[in-house]
Design a protein around this ligand. Structure first.
Ligand code: C2G
Length: 131
């Protein structure tokens, strides 16, 4: 069984996220999503999430491509995660191109094209415009 992992905040879940989760799952048989906790988002990514970790976890667990959701609590856990979960392939959107190549020592590393026209920032801007 080929095991795939990907990481992210997935706040205001949108079809760009679904696109990468679908393609990540196509690379194996079992997809783990390491979901950034509220603390990690705020302390390390300066991201204030609209939905809490539990709410974002619930959303991700409802997606057919996702088999397991685990917490992402820090930048350093990826090597441990890859070993602990016997990961064959690490996947991220290509906005992270090259940033996680150190994992090539432990598993395949795949950067997939982002869905260009959608982002949480864009959604928030459009909603503000519509008033
Ligand atoms: N993504 C995408 N297309 C978009 C938006 C996002 O393919 N239009 C992808 C991103 O490239 C990423 C995943 O969806 O692979 C999750 O995106 P974010 O929630 O923005 O994740 P990020 O904040 O980049 O956190 O340790 C890694 C970090 O946790 C990644």
């Amino acid at each position: 069984m080929k095991r795939v992992i990907t990481y992210g905040t997935f706040d205001l879940l949108h079809y760009g996220h679904i696109n990468i989760l679908r393609r990540a799952k196509q690379l194996g048989d079992y997809l783990i999503v390491a979901l950034s906790t509220d603390e990690f988002n705020w302390n390390m990514k300066q991201k204030k999430c609209y939905f809490s970790y539990e709410e974002r976890k619930q959303l991700l667990e409802a997606i057919r491509y996702v088999d397991l959701v685990i917490p992402e609590e820090n930048w350093e856990q990826k090597v441990t995660d890859v070993k602990e979960y016997h990961i064959d392939t690490f996947v991220m959107g290509d906005d992270w191109e090259g940033k996680f190549d150190f994992l090539k020592e432990y598993c395949d590393v795949v950067y997939l094209p982002r869905t260009p026209e959608i982002s949480t920032t864009q959604i928030k801007q459009d909603l503000n415009k519509k008033g």
